[in-house]
Design a protein around this ligand. Structure first.
Ligand code: SF4
Length: 436
């Protein structure tokens, strides 16, 4: 799942005792023949890191490993915990020491505390009760493997089989790539124990509504994944079609921002009848710029990553389609590059509504003033970007494209209303939980 994180990578396995290898960099930079040989056992978890809480440094690489008097524990976490300060204080008062600032270490120490107190299943259930935020977890407690998805199902988690064994991964595409079979999504609030024979499940909360992150469909997940019954590629194509109906324009070509805007652009082209053309070429050896940790590294990589195809854009009116605009730096730069390559007009169409509020639940969009849409009208944003026109899909259009009811999606960064209680922010009350 390298597209979900590029800062560090790690694996923990168990055979008699826990074996852990982790380090900074991409998977192929961290692992080699030699250290893979050290990872013995027939059960294990792995992680690639994209940081939202805690710095991009080696100490924060996952899986987080804890040695306790009764168990060895390793935890891989995707998401972000909102009540981390309160939990850190509680665990500190119970004698836990912390070696990092990462919220994932707080989860690992909470699991250790609760499992010691209540046994493994009771302890994991209590952990789910106490955590607030988004968490898809893979947990190794000695040789027992567990997967947990938060009660709102904010981040995805897929269950599948490979080579006669079972596993979980952030996205279903992991099983396709490994020649396995995707079985189903881990349900919101479900604790799954994976055994050599299959899997057993436990639930902690009954839910009236869930809150799947809309941004997984718009940008984050791989297009060939299926999340909560929706194929991400089809959702993106639907977004493009609806965008063309809501924000039509006259142009010679629909040009995607590769790769993230491609399916949206295909949908826009199909619906509008304007021909699709690859007017920007991507250097496939440069990684995803949105998930790079610093602004400086993102801007530097954009010109290395994308280059206009002069013969396509010269003298033409272009509809440039992308999945979203967060800070606006990439888009401003691309419009400038297209104009330099001779584009006569550049009309920008965006497959998500304006992002105006922070994400506290696992996507690195933290402060309101970093958003180009914050406090600006669409016309003002178009001016700042240097576009001839700009159009976003509406919230209702996006919900229709995803095909999941509005009450079951997180739209926090679009509306400023969140499914969980966050200090200083508004909450959506339809997302209250009832305990089993
Ligand atoms: S706030 Fe936005 S990015 Fe964060 S989980 Fe909700 S929909 Fe996703």
């Amino acid at each position: 799942m390298q597209h979900r994180g590029q800062e560090s990578a790690g694996i923990a396995t168990y055979e008699g005792r826990m074996h852990v290898v982790k380090g900074m960099g991409l998977v192929h930079e961290v692992f080699n023949e030699l250290n893979l040989r050290y990872l013995r056992g027939n059960v294990g978890i792995g992680h690639v890191r994209y940081s939202t809480e805690g710095a991009s440094i080696e100490e924060n690489a996952q899986p987080i490993y804890l040695y306790t008097p009764s168990h060895e524990i390793a935890v891989a976490h995707n998401g972000e915990i909102v009540n981390v300060a309160e939990l850190r204080e509680f665990l500190g008062s119970m004698g836990s020491g912390f070696t990092t600032r990462s919220d994932s270490e707080v989860i690992a120490r909470l699991i250790s505390y609760e499992v010691t107190k209540r046994g493994i299943i009771g302890g994991l259930k209590e952990t789910v009760r106490r955590l607030r935020g988004s968490f898809s977890l893979a947990i190794l407690i000695d040789n027992r493997l567990f997967a947990i998805r938060d009660p709102f199902g904010i981040r995805p988690l897929a269950l599948g089989s490979i080579d006669g064994g079972y596993g979980v991964a952030s996205e279903s595409v992991a099983f396709d790539s490994l020649g396995g079979r995707f079985i189903r999504d881990v349900q919101p609030g479900e604790i799954v124990e994976i055994t050599p024979e299959g899997f057993e499940t436990h639930h902690v909360f009954r839910r009236k509504h869930v809150a799947h992150c809309m941004f997984e469909y718009v940008y984050f997940a791989r297009a060939d994944s299926v999340i909560d019954g929706r194929c991400v590629y089809e959702v993106r194509r639907n977004i493009g079609r609806i965008l063309a109906r809501e924000q039509p324009t006259d142009a010679d070509f629909v040009v995607p921002v590769p790769d993230s805007g491609r399916a949206h652009a295909i949908g826009y082209s199909e619906e509008s009848g304007i021909p699709y053309a690859e007017g920007l070429m991507k250097n496939r050896y440069v990684e995803r710029t949105f998930i790079l940790p610093s602004q400086e590294s993102r801007v530097r990589e954009i010109t290395m990553k994308l280059n206009p195809v002069r013969s396509v854009v010269n003298g033409k009116r272009i509809v440039l389609v992308d999945d979203s605009i967060v800070r606006g730096n990439t888009m401003r730069k691309l419009i400038g590059m297209l104009r330099e390559a001779g584009a006569r007009e550049v009309h920008v169409r965006i497959g998500s509504p304006p992002i105006i509020a922070p994400c506290y639940l696992g996507i690195d969009m933290k402060t309101r003033d970093q958003f180009i849409a914050s406090g600006r009208s669409v016309e003002e944003i178009a001016r700042v970007l240097g576009a001839d026109s700009l159009g976003y899909i509406s919230i209702d259009g996006l919900v229709e494209a995803i095909g999941i009811p509005k009450e079951d999606l997180c739209l926090g960064c679009l509306t400023g209303e969140y499914p969980v209680k966050i200090e200083g922010e508004r909450i959506r009350h339809q997302c209250d939980l009832e305990e089993f």
